[in-house]
Design a protein around this ligand. Structure first.
Ligand SMILES: *Cc1c(COP(=O)(O)O)cnc(C)c1O
Length: 375
């Protein structure tokens, strides 16, 4: 089926048409800075001062952004969040983990743990898409695996240590689409890990993890044990390298640069409260619009669970959301398609800090215009 030929009027268009959930919008100022520094940064050794200084700036900037308690350290390595799940399966879970599963991303870590021959069967607590489960303290669980924001469904959950867990259990949080956009208390987490192509407005391929002293201790103990761990996924090796502001193997320098720019931009403007405040304004714009719309509604029915970094908007049967997304795409507004496996008549819109809340307002006007033309 061909896309209807609908041209959006210029005065409705957002200043920037990138609304994808990752890779996501990178601010022009960031890549202008990258181009300005390219000649003495890109194409230079990651073992030398220029790049190590950038890594140090990124690690320190994240510690400040998250108000990390004393003793927490920021680790990094290659391969993005997906590689980190495997690294955590080898180097953070002692014998048995509990996973809260409420969408595609949270289910993947559970699958990795279930497949690992050196671990016991994980405890998986699931809810249907559009909601989130709550961790249940259980004897024998040494790692509680949460997801701050389930990017596939647009559900965010508050981060809290499960009450009454035995003292050694760690709380591991996939914060890939949340880190730098949602508020949280780092003391409630032991490993807050993510990749920088979402709220940090950079490119993919890197993982970052803010680790508590208890997590560092776990990493060191397992790394020193006789468990076989591939070097690329060995968090003990990642720890050693991170402390030297390096990575085990060659990182993408542009990714490091752009992530650092975004962290500095957020810090210069007031820190996490600034970034989360922008996301709040974008979220209010799109959810209020959808709530009062005759053909649209927020997919997540409980307002407390609605993500302020990824909005999912359902449409009734009179609208074909895929056609709306295609028309928007033809007009330069890209990546509003829903998560493919969720299979709903829906648009999904990133509300990351780099995205201007005013552009989210414009997007809602564009959608209304397209709906009128299609009707
Ligand atoms: C995007 C995303 C991932 C996957 O990140 P990669 O860097 O592509 O591996 C994992 N978890 C969540 C919550 C995400 O949003």
């Amino acid at each position: 089926m061909s896309t209807p030929d609908i041209s959006l009027p210029d005065d409705l268009l957002p200043g920037d048409g990138r609304f994808g959930c990752g890779p996501s919008k990178i601010r022009k100022d960031s890549f202008d800075m990258l181009i300005g520094s390219a000649g003495h940064f890109l194409g230079t050794s990651h073992r030398q001062a220029a790049v190590r200084f950038k890594v140090s700036e990124l690690r320190n900037g994240l510690a400040e952004l998250f108000s990390l308690p004393d003793g927490y350290e920021v680790l990094l390595g290659n391969g993005g969040t997906t590689a980190f799940w495997d690294a955590a399966t080898f180097g953070l879970i002692d014998s048995r983990s509990q996973h809260l599963e409420f969408g595609e991303f949270s289910s993947k870590f559970a699958k990795a743990a279930a497949a690992a021959p050196h671990l016991g069967d994980p405890e998986v607590i699931s809810t249907e898409a559009g909601h989130h489960p709550t961790a249940v303290p259980m004897d024998g669980i040494d790692a509680y695996c949460l997801t701050h924001n389930e990017t596939s469904t647009g559900v965010a959950m508050p981060l809290e240590r499960p009450h009454g867990t035995d003292g050694d259990a760690l709380v591991l949080v996939d914060a890939t689409s949340a880190a730098g956009g949602l508020r949280f208390d780092a003391a409630q987490t032991d490993v807050y890990y993510f990749a920088p192509q979402k709220c940090l407005a950079s490119d993919g391929g890197l993982w970052l993890a803010a680790c508590s002293p208890a997590a560092i201790e776990r990493i060191e103990r397992i790394a020193a044990s006789d468990r076989w761990i591939p070097a690329f996924l060995d968090l003990g090796i990642a720890l050693e390298n991170s402390r030297k502001d390096q990575t085990y193997n060659t990182p993408a320098l542009a990714t490091l640069f752009l992530a650092t720019e975004q962290v500095q931009w957020i810090l210069d403007n007031g820190g996490l409260e600034f970034a989360a405040g922008r996301c709040d304004r974008s979220a209010a714009a799109i959810y209020d619009w959808a709530d009062s719309h005759s053909h649209a509604s927020p997919f997540v029915t409980d307002p407390a669970m609605r993500s302020h970094v990824v909005a999912t908007i359902d449409f009734d049967d009179s609208v074909d959301a895929a056609t709306v997304a295609a028309v928007l795409r033809d007009n330069g507004i890209v990546d509003t398609e829903p998560y493919r496996k969720l299979g709903r008549n829906q648009l999904r819109v990133a509300l990351f800090p780099a995205i201007d809340p005013e552009d989210v307002v414009q997007l809602t006007r564009c959608i209304d215009f397209v709906l009128e033309q299609l009707a």
